[in-house]
Design a protein. Structure first.
Length: 620
């Protein structure tokens, strides 16, 4: 018997990507993507989790990115990292690959469903189950108010959720054991509906014991589902496949299977790119990128690009920063930095993200649009980068009559769906927020916030530093803030000796000593964005040009000022004992015994000369 909960309140539904801003997974490991409103998410490794999640897990935040609770499918932990009230022994299995999934109750900000899956070790006997969390319980720390309601049994270790086409409801997707039967369960304003939509399509998954172990992955646009399974562990080096299905997120129907197989591959997991055009299939010894929207199996298979990765990868998850994180077990995660880019330009980096505690086989599961949903938010197009004029386009798949509330972050607002706005000044960054309100869909509101740069990039005045070798005249230049890689723009170096370079970080040799005014200029096809920085680079010959205080006699307890001169601008006296400041040209000396002071005079590029005078401060 399913628990059906009526929607008897006047609350509103709020969808916000910040609901997945905190991840807890693995052996008490975690990542926190909260970096401030409108600021690109930079994950910070955390170690405050109390959860051990061998494989699947799930976590949830409020609309401001503050932790609510997390679970490994067996126990539920609250925001204080203690077992939630009545939160033990919910129906999942710690060894299930997708053991748990938290789904916010549409229209009620206090209620959440936790869906769970059983594991192969238990022959999936417990099946798919659900529990309900009420965040108003236990003084706002949350309480499990019902648990272990049965959806269906036996199932598999696969479990996922997809946003309904109305932008408010959620489909929960399950898979019958040893079959090709899929069930999609609707969670709406009136709660979990008792009758699923049943689709029988694709391969019958009964070919070997491990067919029920694997993952569902849902594209951010809600139009495709990927189904993976573990390989036959009794056949070393054997191949397996993954299936791609079309998904109708209006009706819940799954159709049009495509079986993708590559010789020698063992696909166990994967993840879609934010734009839903690419799929990254994870195998035990690598990652393959596929153009997953191509029309035929042959087209998709031939689009494969193999990417170098860590070995023994298992978890893969799209994050709030638009990157995909992948987990080998251990203290570092692989990262795909530009997952919308076809080919190796996606910038796959091995062990890029460090952790405080080890990852294991999985990441937290979320509703598919938690990280990226282009159908509920807005797009931007720069109309004039000099004046800072931007075209905004509001997008939503929520039903009902919609209204639009824009806050451009500069004191201006708009109620149009597609406003044009001019930012003053143009060369700055603005936090733009759009609130979309629906007359139906649980009185739904969707809030989206992003940083907008009216010039087309975070475009700031160029800056550079330099390092040199004095004897050879060699000097190396390095840009401190390489903020623009647009092909229409470029950096040009002017070395003040008649030569230039367009290398990003050039090396240069000066044939004659002197002070050179080096200019770094950033060029653009848009004249108003051209800018430059000039710095004096001292390549003077310091030999014979420095002098120091002559011998002097002082009495014990007296103070005398030392003097050093030279073309350099950095001073370092040695020893520092008895000096009021060892790093200026004219320190005061109060030695307690006869002392010989030496000074090192250097330039910014590291050229230096040392001078000393015997007994320059001799106590009398």
């Amino acid at each position: 018997m399913l628990l059906i909960t009526a929607c008897l309140h006047n609350g509103s539904l709020t969808l916000n990507a910040q609901k997945n801003n905190i991840w807890y997974f693995g052996a008490q490991s975690g990542l926190d993507f909260n970096t401030g409103p409108g600021v690109p998410a930079i994950p910070v490794a955390t170690g405050n989790s109390v959860m051990i999640a061998d494989e699947g897990c799930s976590s949830i935040c409020d609309n401001n990115g503050r932790l609510l609770f997390y679970t490994n499918g067996v126990n539920v932990y609250n925001r204080n990292h203690v077992l939630m009230l009545n939160g033990s022994s919910i129906g999942g299995n710690i060894s299930a690959f997708q053991s748990s999934l938290i789904v916010p109750y549409p229209g009620n900000p206090n209620l959440y469903y936790i869906f769970t899956a059983d594991a192969i070790e238990n022959s999936y006997a417990n099946g798919y189950r659900y529990s309900v969390v009420d965040m108003s319980g236990d003084n706002g720390n949350g309480a499990v108010t019902s648990k272990n309601g049965l959806l269906s049994a036996p199932g598999t270790e696969r479990l996922a959720a997809c946003r309904h086409a109305n932008g408010a409801d959620v489909w929960v997707i399950t898979n019958d054991d040893s079959s090709n039967t899929f069930r999609t369960w609707l969670v709406s304003c009136s709660g979990l509906q008792p009758s699923p939509v049943v689709s029988s399509v694709g391969e019958i998954m009964n070919q070997h014991e491990s067919m029920g172990v694997g993952a569902f992955r849902i594209s951010p646009d809600g139009k495709q589902i990927c189904q993976t399974h573990f390989p036959d562990l009794t056949v070393p080096g054997g191949s397996n496949f993954f299936q791609i299905f079309d998904f109708d997120n209006l009706t819940g129907v799954i159709s049009n299977p495509k079986k993708i197989s590559v010789t020698g591959s063992n696909y166990i997991n994967g993840e879609f790119s934010p734009n839903s055009q690419l799929f990254y299939a994870v195998r035990l010894n690598g990652v393959d990128q596929f153009q997953i929207k191509l029309p035929t199996i042959a087209n998709i298979t031939s689009s494969r690009t193999g990417l170098a990765s860590s070995n023994n990868l298992f978890g893969a998850q799209l994050a709030p920063d638009g990157k995909i994180y992948l987990s080998p077990t251990g203290l570092a995660l692989d990262v795909i930095n530009n997952p919308d880019i076809i080919g190796t330009g996606c910038d796959y980096r091995v062990a890029q993200q460090s952790l405080l505690k080890p990852a294991m086989l999985g990441f937290p599961a979320f509703v598919n649009d938690a990280s990226a949903n282009p159908y509920n938010g807005f797009a931007t197009q720069i109309l004039d980068s000099c004046t800072g004029t931007v075209q905004f386009t509001g997008q939503s798949n929520m039903s009902g009559v919609l209204s639009w509330q824009w806050d451009f972050g500069d004191g201006n607002i708009s109620s149009l769906q597609n406003p044009v706005h001019t930012f003053v000044p143009a060369r700055s960054n603005y936090t733009v927020t759009l609130i979309i309100l629906s007359s139906v869909a649980c009185n739904g509101t969707i809030t989206k916030t992003k940083t907008v740069s009216p010039t087309g990039s975070v475009f700031s005045k160029p800056d550079f530093r330099y390092f040199g070798g004095c004897d050879s005249g060699y000097i190396r230049f390095e840009i401190i803030n390489p903020v623009d890689t647009n092909a229409a723009r470029k950096y040009t170096w002017y070395f003040d000796d008649g030569t230039t370079s367009e290398e990003l970080n050039p090396k240069h040799i000066y044939n004659h000593p002197g002070v050179y005014n080096v200019k770094l200029k950033i060029k653009s096809t848009t004249a108003c964005l051209v800018d430059s920085t000039t710095k004096a680079v001292d390549m003077s010959d310091l030999t014979g040009t420095a002098s120091i205080t002559a011998d002097q006699v002082i009495f014990a307890g007296q103070t005398i000022k030392l003097f050093a001169t030279g073309p350099g601008n950095h001073y370092e006296w040695n020893p520092a004992a008895g000096l009021d400041n060892a790093f200026i040209a004219t320190p005061k000396a109060s030695p307690t015994s006869t002392t010989t002071y030496k000074v090192k005079i250097s330039t910014d590029v590291g050229c230096f000369v040392e001078k000393s005078e015997a007994n320059c401060c001799r106590t009398g």
